[in-house]
Design a protein around this ligand. Structure first.
Ligand code: PLP
Length: 463
């Protein structure tokens, strides 16, 4: 069982009794390629570099905290998904994981499509030149303004999430003289093996329309009856940070049985199914994610088999990975500020960021790793908790890890696998200035989202 499958409590379980990190790793200077971006390595003098640039230089030029993203790695992962799914399937990158105009351009160049779930994400995508027909619009409570913007721009599909929305989207499309391509999001009753706050396909939740009691079949009936809608498929997203394909298998089987029921009732074979995102990545060396080609093969086989059994033409499959593409490509670089050893417990290492740049540890009890990156050390390992500078004792970045015992203020440490759901969930708590995202590639570093300034903060404060 993956550690992320543990229930929420106890929130701050003692690592020594839980035992995950009761033994330090053999070599504290080693960088596990599972959790670090592809071009990350140590130079001969011990400094870590990414994209050919030392982190010490990056810190000098861009400051800390900051996210550094390995552009080559991002493109490779995007391409690996695209290639694995081939021409009979579509890969939609889930923009909520992290979105900026540079990301949109990279996705466009690598042949991926894009999921957005707000007017802001849609505006970002369109402003960077993503063709609207390659954009899917999601969300459980899209506003009339957002729906109008999506339809007017010509998005490829809107994923309908409720009975009200079926009518709302149909009405707006019709008033604009358009027929909007839509999918219906269903909940298939699968509880993905993940933290309960991010599991989304069980029925007691806000997303989707339940398959179980005939609600989804009723939603299809209504969507087919409305002139403003062209119903093209069924959508299912079962959760996030999932390692086990069994949940996708059950979801695919149930979605295909709905397609068969729709064919039997309406004589219509819906041409698309979307199996969502949620594929897990390695946050620590204990996680073992699947490769895109394994996932593509498994999903393709399940859908083909189920469709053959139901005598349906195999629909066009789409998937929506967010974390699995962007997550591993970035790390957060921090400078160590204060170090507080607590006898018999652990040592608290405070950094110059915290829950404002990585809320996942506080929100999901997420696990992260950490390494000293500005030098190597042969000192003994010490058990640490990496914490931020916010006025909150839950302001934890890395719950339990080992760092060398000669760690000192001014050292640079980095937390890998922070490309997804860190900058995109960043806040201004304590009026923190949100860190920049810097893309690094072939010896060149380029800011793609700049650091916030005090002027940015004060500009919004118009009282
Ligand atoms: C969040 C989300 C995704 C992406 O999830 P990841 O865990 O980042 O892969 C895909 N589809 C939908 C509908 C989502 O809500």
């Amino acid at each position: 069982m993956s550690r992320s499958a543990h229930p929420a409590g106890p929130r701050h379980a003692d690592v020594l009794t839980e035992g995950h990190y009761s033994a330090p790793p053999a070599d504290l200077n080693a960088l596990d390629p599972k959790v670090w971006a592809h071009t990350v390595s140590r130079t001969d003098d011990g400094v870590v570099r990414v994209g050919g640039i030392e982190v010490t230089r990056l810190a000098e030029e861009f400051g800390t905290p900051a996210y550094f993203m390995d552009e080559a790695d991002f493109r490779e992962r995007a391409r690996a998904w695209r290639t694995a799914f081939g021409h009979d399937a579509d890969v939609f990158y889930a923009g909520k994981a992290f979105l900026s105009r540079a990301i949109v351009r990279w996705l466009h160049e690598e042949g991926l499509n894009l999921d957005v779930c707000s007017g802001g994400e849609l505006a970002t995508a369109l402003s960077a030149g993503m063709p609207a027909d390659r954009i899917a619009f999601h969300g459980n409570n899209k506003s009339a303004v957002e729906i109008t913007a999506a339809i007017e721009s010509g998005v490829g599909r809107i994923v309908l999430d409720s009975f009200q929305e079926i009518v709302r989207v149909a009405h707006i499309a019709q008033s604009l003289g358009k027929r909007q391509r839509v999918q219906i999001r269903v909940t298939v009753g699968v509880e993905a093996h993940t933290h309960e706050f991010i599991a989304t396909a069980h029925e007691d939740q806000k997303f989707g329309i339940a398959l179980a009691d005939g609600q989804a079949a009723e939603a299809v009936r209504r969507a087919l009856s409305l002139d403003g809608l062209e119903l093209v498929g069924i959508h299912s997203h079962i959760g996030s940070q999932i390692f086990d394909m069994a949940g996708f298998e059950v979801a695919a089987r149930r979605v295909v049985s709905l397609l068969a029921a729709v064919r039997d009732e309406h004589g219509v074979e819906l041409p698309e199914i979307d199996l969502g995102g949620g594929l897990g990545i390695a946050y620590t060396s204990d996680d073992d994610p699947r490769e895109p080609h394994e996932i593509a093969k498994a999903l393709g086989e399940i859908v083909t088999r189920e469709c053959e059994a139901a005598k349906l033409r195999t629909p066009r499959i789409s998937v929506e990975p967010g974390r699995a593409i962007v997550g591993p490509t970035a790390f957060t670089l921090y400078e160590v500020g204060t170090i507080k050893p607590l006898d018999g417990l652990r040592t608290y290492v405070s950094v110059d960021g915290g829950m404002s740049d990585n809320i996942r540890t506080a929100l999901y009890d997420a696990e992260y790793s950490v390494a000293l990156v500005s030098r190597t050390s042969d000192a003994e390992p010490m058990l640490v908790r990496v914490v931020g500078k916010h006025c909150e004792s839950g302001d934890i970045v890395v719950k339990d890890a080992f760092l060398p015992s000669d760690l000192a203020p001014g050292d640079l440490i980095a937390v890998p696998a922070t490309g997804a759901y860190c900058r995109s969930m960043a806040s201004n708590y304590n009026h923190a200035l949100r860190p920049p995202v810097v893309a690094v590639r072939d010896g060149e570093a380029r800011v793609i989202v700049r650091r916030e300034t005090e002027e940015d903060l004060l500009r919004l404060d118009v009282g």
